[in-house]
Unconditional design. Structure first.
Length: 330
């Protein structure tokens, strides 16, 4: 069982209204609800949005929704929040629509108490709010995180930073990248998207002077937040050890591997004709090159490697996946 609570608050009774948080919440719901093949990922995610005085999010309702999210032993309990954040010397807060001063919102300490005590196997907290990087920090030492087993935190900014909207408004910078990542930009070669790969995508997409995302985790097992179509087939991946008997093996090529050649090359009897079995292997090798698993040796392209009877070898990434296949982990 996978549960998701997605909150976006634009309307505030006292604090300044926002414009992109509700859009962000809808975008996140659409991104996480189903895997790319249409199968359910987080069935019926709970969406709570504050859009107006008639449809606002009270603190008591926000807290109760978070409590219900973390109340059982689900496989993954995912919380996403977009809205105002506040910090002072007593800690940080997520501001509900009825917050007047900021410190009357849902405290990050309360949030962590509920998450840390949860029996859910994986608790994933994603916050797009100012100062959200303070979540999980110790009340005694701000530079020490206190998170229990199975908790992962991903926030838009550090404890002393604001979170910003994309130019023109309508969406948060962090959430825009988060949605991009979970829709496939952060997938590994078997199509899994993890909190760590999402963080890497966001971190690499932001310049050194922009808001800095924060990632904190205490997990012992692999956590996949979504499955997307992999960039290479499982069969091709599993064939790594077939084509390369060892991770440092150099596979010798010759013209019989390459089906494409010029009329002059076709007429040259010294150039071996394409071999059907070798051309099938060569197509797999080219797919390896496309996803940075293999590369030609002393040749600019695989075509040259074949036509000049050179070799190809695994990249460092290729050797990593070779080891996973060899150990039966893929």
């Amino acid at each position: 069982m996978r549960k998701a609570l997605i909150v976006g608050i634009d309307h505030y009774e006292t604090l300044e209204n926002l414009s992109g948080c509700v859009n962000d919440a809808y975008a996140v719901r659409a991104a996480v609800e189903r895997n790319s093949d249409g199968t359910l990922n987080f069935p019926s995610p709970q969406l709570i949005v504050g859009t107006s005085a008639e449809r606002c999010v009270k603190k008591r309702d926000l807290k109760e929704a978070v409590r219900r999210l973390f109340a059982d032993d689900s496989e993954i309990a995912l919380l996403y929040f977009a809205g105002h954040g506040y910090i002072e010397d007593t800690g940080g807060f997520l501001c509900a629509s009825d917050s007047e001063t900021g410190d009357d919102g849902l405290s990050l300490a309360e949030l962590m108490t509920l998450a840390n005590a949860s029996k859910a196997r994986n608790k994933v907290i994603v916050l797009d709010s100012c100062h959200s990087g303070a979540v999980g920090n110790s009340s005694m030492a701000a530079d020490i995180a206190q998170i229990s087993d199975g908790v992962t935190i991903l926030t838009a900014s550090t404890a002393d930073q604001n979170s910003y909207e994309v130019p023109g408004g309508g969406a948060g910078v962090f959430t825009n990248l988060f949605v991009d990542a979970i829709n496939g930009a952060a997938a590994n070669l078997v199509g899994d998207i993890t909190p760590g790969s999402i963080y890497a995508h966001i971190d690499q997409s932001l310049g050194p002077w922009a808001q800095r995302p924060v990632f904190k985790t205490n997990v012992k097992t692999f956590v996949s937040l979504k499955k997307v179509d992999p960039p290479i087939s499982l069969g091709d991946l599993q064939a790594l050890t077939k084509h390369f008997p060892s991770p440092d093996h150099q596979l010798h090529l010759d013209p019989s591997f390459e089906p494409e050649r010029s009329p002059d090359q076709l007429a040259d009897p010294s150039i071996a004709a394409p071999d059907p079995a070798n051309t099938v292997t060569f197509a797999v090798l080219q797919r390896y090159v496309k996803v940075n698993l293999a590369r030609p040796v002393n040749a600019p392209h695989m075509w040259h490697a074949a036509m000049q009877s050179r070799s190809c070898e695994l990249t460092v990434l290729g050797q990593h996946y070779w080891a996973l296949v060899n150990k039966g982990l893929i």
